[in-house]
Design a protein around this ligand. Structure first.
Ligand code: HEM
Length: 509
């Protein structure tokens, strides 16, 4: 009965559709005004029903509005228009100041939770439901391929479990000769200049070479000649700069992939003149060897080895260069702290020049530790990290977050919150890391490498190479600048960038 009533109506809609779409074929068919009104009415009802259904499926997300402070913005665009007025870092920092350390914003049609509360950060970073990265990482996956940085479970857990040993303590210790040798070259480079326009870019060449030597086992200059060295170096730097700008990015990426494929083939054919670790046994456990072994055992495909190699090198070089560069810039701005570092280095390395830094030496640099930590606190190398919860999770404050929410952990703001770091939280002062000041500090108040299940795989490596580099540079040179700390302005490009990099003066000690 109902079907009989509805049928003519449906036929009418189909016919109308054909007329609108079909144009000339049915142009002689005409509708009267009533039929037109019914047609429009029907479309509106259909649209409203579909829209209500869509809202109903997302009711759990809308319920967040009643649980948390935040901003919904405008329908369909959310706060996108407001955010467009600010730099991402500034915008997120502003939202925290206005709404507190746990709040939502609605971006287009999706809720994003902005988090800078250590208890909640811990809930998320230690929850097995929150190991997947959110949609912000798609550009990384497009850029370098699906590697550790962007892959999702279960693939991520398998890869991470198998690659963790490549960053074990013994292997890291075996990198010390490479760190020392490469930093000696850097010291010689610094001896030639008395002013450096952009210390961060200069350091990127250096950290990239160190990253490729230690993880891929290749010293370009020795093995592949200086031409291919600079081609690959440029390739990686272009990838970082151009993530998302397709054409030039594509060719740089292809260049790097060719290089990695060549390396893999050399190794598979037992033909690897790659001089692993310079004199160490070729049967070592550095990253590329472990990745290839996994491929031989059918755990990795060749594509996985390529993707993970790209990811590791990209993950290592820019973060480490920025960390070292920002310490030098801050110490140039604050000569009193630079002097204290220098005095500590004098006691460990009475003779300057090309001294050897051992692992034991790095453990004696207590003031240096405070300086590096303080620098990573105020100029945190990675300002945000994102996660997505695969299931509903209950946070320690009792709020339940429905599955599929974008969780954005705001490290930059967490590191500068006054209730965590005191009234001078925005200032650079290594005393923030005095043991007496760290007593009782929330373990998730300082997370430059994040913590928990999916932390940085290379954090020990990063700290070790940073310390060796800074020890040799600060023992041999004095850095100064006219740039003021208060004038630093930030940009966000996955890593923290400075809008204007201070020019550094360099004097021999
Ligand atoms: C001072 C230097 C470094 C800093 C500040 C740093 C920071 C970070 C942070 C914050 C993350 C978490 C990203 C996220 O959750 O989205 C991360 C992940 C990662 N880092 Fe580092 N990193 C540094 C050095 C390194 C080095 C030296 C390597 C490699 C040798 C490396 C390789 C990676 C990889 C592969 C990941 C992804 C891990 C995963 O998701 O399983 N990083 N890093």
């Amino acid at each position: 009965m109902v079907t009989a009533r509805v049928k003519p109506f449906i036929e009418f809609i189909i016919l109308k559709h054909l007329i609108v779409r079909g144009g000339s074929i049915v142009k002689d068919v005409r509708f009267n005004r009533l039929e037109n009104v019914i047609f429009v009415y029907f479309c509106v009802v259909l649209f409203v029903c579909a829209w209500l259904y869509w809202l109903w499926t997302r009711r759990k997300y809308y319920a967040l509005i009643f649980k948390l402070p935040g901003r919904m913005g405008y329908p369909l665009v959310g706060v996108a228009l407001e955010l467009a007025k600010y730099e991402p870092l500034e915008a997120v920092h502003k939202y925290t100041e206005t709404f507190g350390p746990l709040r939502y914003v609605w971006m287009l049609t999706y809720p994003i939770l902005l988090i800078s509360e250590p208890d909640i950060i811990r809930d998320i970073l230690t929850s097995p439901c929150c190991t997947n990265k959110n949609d912000f990482y798609k550009s990384i996956a497009i850029g370098v391929g699906k590697g550790l940085f962007s892959s999702k479970d279960p693939e991520w857990s398998v890869h991470r479990k198998h690659l963790n040993p490549a960053f074990g303590f013994k292997i890291l210790q075996s990198f010390m000769p490479i760190f020392n040798e490469e930093v000696n070259n850097l010291v010689n480079l610094f001896k030639e200049i008395n002013e450096c326009q952009n210390v961060v870019t200069l350091l990127q060449d250096f950290t990239l070479n160190v990253a490729i030597r230690t993880t891929m086992g290749v010293n370009f200059a020795h093995e592949f000649g200086s031409e291919s060295n600079s081609a690959i170096t440029k390739g990686y730097q272009w990838i970082r700069r151009l993530l998302g700008v397709y054409e030039p990015f594509h060719s740089s990426n292809e260049e790097n992939r060719k290089f990695i494929r060549k390396l893999i083939n050399n190794k598979l054919n037992g033909n690897d003149g790659t001089n692993l670790n310079q004199g160490k046994s070729k049967n070592s456990n550095i990253f590329i060897d472990q990745a290839i072994e996994l491929m031989r055992n059918n755990i990795f495909a060749e594509q996985d080895v390529e993707n993970e190699s790209n990811t590791i090198v990209l993950g290592a070089f820019e973060t480490t260069a920025n960390t070292i560069g920002y310490v030098l810039i801050l110490l140039a701005m604050f000569p009193e702290y630079q002097q204290k570092v220098y005095e500590e280095l004098l006691t460990i390395f009475p003779d300057g020049g090309e001294f050897e830094v051992t692992y034991a030496n790095t453990q004696d640099m207590t003031y240096m530790d405070m300086v590096i930590n303080e620098s990573m606190r105020v100029l945190t190398p990675v300002p945000f990290v994102g996660r997505e919860n695969s299931h509903d999770i209950e946070l320690s404050n009792g709020i339940v977050i429905p599955a599929g929410v974008n969780l954005l952990i705001n490290i930059f703001t967490t590191h500068r919150r006054k209730n965590l770091w005191g009234p001078n939280a925005d200032q650079f002062d290594p005393d923030h890391f005095l043991p007496s000041n760290m007593e009782g500090k929330h373990p998730y108040a300082f997370i430059p490498f994040t913590k928990g299940i999916r932390n940085c795989i290379g954090w020990k490596y990063g700290l070790m190479s940073t310390k060796v580099t800074l020890a040799k540079l600060l023992r041999n040179f004095k850095f100064s600048t006219d740039f003021q700390y208060a004038d630093l302005e930030f940009d966000y490009a996955i890593v923290l960038k400075l809008k204007h990099t201070p020019v550094l003066r360099i004097e021999n000690r």
